[in-house]
Design a protein around this ligand. Sequence first.
Ligand code: MN
Length: 138
Amino acid sequence: MQVIRNSLDTTPGPSTWFTGTVFIDTVVAPTATSRLSASLVHFAPGARTAWHTHPNGQTIYVTEGVGLAQCRGAPIEVIRPGDRVTFAPGEEHWHGAAPNRFMTHLAMLEVDEAGNNATWGVHVTDEEYGQPPVPTTW
Ligand code: MN
């Protein structure tokens, strides 16, 4: 067992990968014997990832706020604390905060043989982001 004290600086999400203000806290970094990568990602209102894929898929677990997620060709889904969202390997998608709410999620994935966690594409436009989400009943 190893207790790792709170020692890694919070990192701003790079503007090549995100729109808006995003901060990332590393939870688990891959090692020589484990491909697990986990990060706590904090999105300001309106902030979101660019379109992207993950070589081995991804699960996000919403811990705070209200968020949005979308796969290419499907409508936007509203996501809330306790929701788990899984993305299949190679499935193009984005995730982020709602326009008027912060959102935090734990992002978990396995990197590929070369250590890659994602392939990044174009940014999500304001028009794409502004499409009405699937109505929710909660
Ligand atoms: Mn993702």
